[in-house]
Write a protein that binds this ligand. Structure first.
Ligand SMILES: C[S@@+](CC[C@H](N)C(=O)[O-])C[C@H]1O[C@@H](n2cnc3c(N)ncnc32)[C@H](O)[C@@H]1O
Length: 476
C-alpha cells in the first residue's frame, strides 16, 4: 500500500459508508416505485429481440433495444399518448419505426452517422422504392456487376481501421462502391446500406463493447492480449448477396399487405434530426411531444466511435471528424473532456444545479476523486466521465421535461454501473434529478436477471449484481 493510500484510507472508508447510507435512503424513498417486471427480459431490452424481425434486423446495432419494448409501452399507455413521440438518442431508429407502425408520428435525434444512415435507408426503403429499383437490386444479386467493374472507389481509413480487411475484400469493396454510382439514388442507398451491414462479418474485427477486437490473422494484436480467432470471415461476394437478398425479401413482403388488403393503419411520419441532442433539444418547441421512449448511452466507458469505426470510415469520415464526434457524444468514456454546457444553453443553470445538489452523486464523485488521488483507479478519467455523464443527462432530462406535454410519459432504458468497488445507482440518481426537474417518478421497472461486472471489477471486488431498469416518469 502506498503512503498516499494509507493517509486517505480512513477517509475512503467513511465515504464508502456514506455512499451506502445515501443509496439506502434513496432506495427507501423509491420503494413504492421499484418492481421487477416479468414482462421485460434481457432480450426485449436489447438488440436480441430485433434480430429476426424484418428490417429491424438488417443492421446489427448491439446498443439498440427491441421494437417489442417500444410497442409494449406505447400500447400500454395508448389512450394516454397524444401527439408525437420523441427519441433524443435514436440509434438506428427503433423507437421511430415502432411508433410509426402504430400510427404515431415520431421524431428522433441521432449524432452517430451510422445510425443516421441506417434510418435514412430504412425510410427510403419504406417510402420510395419503385419496382424498377427492386429490379435493380435483383440484378445486382444475380449478376454481381462489381466483379467485372474495373474502376475502384477507395474508402477512408482511420487509425484504428488500418488493415481491417483481407486485400481481396478491399478490392471487392472498392469495385462495388464504384459500380453502384451508376445506379439511381434509391438503388444506391440500398446498395450502400447492404455494404454497411456486412462490414463486421467480412473484416478481421469483432465489436466487443468498449473496443474493436482484432483477429490474429490481421497481424494486429493489442499488447498483453491473447491471440483471438473470430471464426469464419465471410468473403465479400457471399456476404453482400445474402444481405441484399434479405433486404429485398423484407421490402417485398412489406408491400404485400398494402396491395392485398386495405391498410389498417396509416404509418406515422418519421423525422430525423442529425446532430447532438444537447444542441437540438433546446431548439424544439415546448410541450410538443406526447411521449419519449429512449435509451441514452450508459455510463460504462463504451466508445461508439471505436466500436463503429469500420462503418464511420466507410461513410468517409476522416480521422479528425471521428475525434470531434467522440467529444460531441454524451460523455461516457474516459476520453471525454468536460463540455461547456452553459455555452450550449445559458438557461441550463438550474438543470446543472440539480445534478450538483444530488447528494449520492456528489459523494460518489468525491470518493472517485479520492481513489484517483490514491492511485487505485484503473483510469484517472473516470471521475470526470461520471461527473460529465450526470451533468449532461440532467440537461437532457430538463429539456425532455420542457418539450413534453403535461402528464406525458418518458420511458428510459439504462444500466447501473460500478467503479472502484462502488455500485452507482444510475436509476435512482437520474430519477431523483428528474423529480427535481418536473417529473413524477411512476415506476422503476427492474429487468429480471441481473447483470454482472467487468472482469477487472470482479477480480478486485467480487461479483455484485447491477440493475438494468426501465424508468417511467410522468411530466407533472
Ligand atoms: C443506447 S443507444 C440507443 C439505441 C436506440 N434505442 C436503438 O434502438 O437503436 C444510444 C445512442 O445515443 C447516441 N448518442 C450519443 N451521444 C449523443 C448525443 N449527444 N446526441 C444524440 N445522440 C447521441 C449514440 O450514437 C447511440 O446511437
Amino acid at each position: 500500500m502506498t503512503p498516499e493510500k494509507n493517509k486517505t484510507q480512513p477517509e475512503i472508508n467513511t465515504l464508502r459508508d456514506k455512499i451506502a447510507a445515501l443509496d439506502a435512503e434513496l432506495a427507501e424513498n423509491f420503494k413504492a416505485q421499484f418492481s421487477t417486471a416479468p414482462f421485460l427480459s434481457r432480450k426485449t431490452v436489447s438488440f436480441q429481440g430485433n434480430k429476426d424481425k424484418p428490417a429491424y434486423g438488417w443492421y446489427k446495432y448491439k446498443e439498440a433495444f427491441s421494437a417489442e419494448l417500444v410497442e409494449y409501452f406505447l400500447g400500454s399507455y395508448k389512450g394516454r399518448i397524444s401527439g408525437k413521440v420523441l427519441d433524443p438518442f435514436a440509434g438506428i431508429g427503433t423507437t421511430l419505426f415502432a411508433a410509426s407502425s402504430q400510427g404515431i408520428p415520431a421524431d428522433g435525434i441521432e449524432l452517430l452517422p451510422i445510425g443516421q444512415e441506417i434510418i435514412r435507408a430504412r425510410l427510403l426503403s419504406k417510402r420510395k422504392l419503385t419496382t424498377d429499383d427492386t429490379g435493380t437490386i435483383e440484378h445486382w444479386i444475380t449478376s454481381l456487376p462489381w466483379k467485372s467493374y474495373s474502376e475502384r472507389l477507395p474508402f477512408s481509413t482511420i487509425r484504428i481501421t488500418e488493415n481491417a480487411y483481407p486485400p481481396e475484400t478491399v478490392e471487392a469493396i472498392e469495385r462495388y462502391r464504384s459500380a453502384l454510382q451508376q445506379e439511381n439514388e434509391n438503388a444506391q442507398a440500398i446498395l450502400r446500406l447492404a455494404l454497411l451491414c456486412i462490414l463486421e462479418d467480412i473484416s478481421y474485427t469483432r465489436k466487443d463493447g468498449q473496443y474493436l477486437r482484432w483477429d490474429a490473422r490481421s497481424g494486429k494484436r493489442r499488447p498483453g492480449t491473447k491471440a483471438f480467432n473470430k471464426g469464419k470471415i465471410l468473403d465479400f461476394d457471399t456476404a453482400i448477396t445474402v444481405k441484399l437478398k434479405e433486404i429485398l425479401s423484407d421490402v417485398r413482403d412489406a408491400e404485400l399487405p398494402v396491395t392485398l388488403f386495405p391498410v389498417k393503419q396509416i404509418a406515422g411520419d418519421i423525422r430525423l434530426f442529425k446532430g447532438s441532442c444537447l444542441e437540438i433539444l433546446p431548439t424544439l418547441e415546448k410541450a410538443s411531444y406526447g411521449a419519449i421512449v429512449t435509451s441514452p448511452p450508459y455510463c460504462n466507458r463504451y466508445d461508439y466511435t471505436r466500436t463503429y469505426a469500420l462503418e464511420l470510415a466507410m461513410l468517409d469520415l476522416t480521422q479528425a471528424e471521428v475525434l470531434n464526434l467522440r467529444q460531441e457524444m454524451l460523455s461516457c468514456t474516459v476520453e471525454n473532456r468536460e463540455k461547456d454546457l452553459l455555452k450550449i444553453c445559458p438557461q441550463w443553470e438550474s438543470f446543472i444545479e440539480a445534478a450538483n445538489q444530488q447528494k449520492l452523486l456528489q459523494t460518489i464523485c468525491t470518493y472517485l476523486e479520492h481513489e484517483k488521488a490514491s492511485g487505485t483507479l484503473n483510469n484517472s478519467g473516470i471521475p470526470r466521465m461520471v461527473r460529465g455523464y450526470f451533468s449532461e443527462m440532467a440537461c437532457v432530462i430538463g429539456e425532455c421535461a420542457r418539450v413534453l406535454k403535461p402528464n406525458a410519459r418518458l420511458f428510459m432504458v439504462n444500466d447501473n454501473v460500478r467503479y472502484a468497488g462502488v455500485s452507482i445507482s444510475v436509476d435512482m440518481i437520474l430519477s431523483d434529478i428528474a423529480q427535481a426537474l418536473g417529473f413524477e417518478v411512476e415506476n422503476i421497472l427492474i429487468v429480471p436477471g441481473k447483470k454482472g461486472n467487468s472482469s477487472q471489477q470482479m477480480g478486485a471486488y467480487g461479483r455484485v449484481p447491477l440493475r438494468k431498469c426501465v424508468y417511467v416518469w410522468r411530466k407533472r
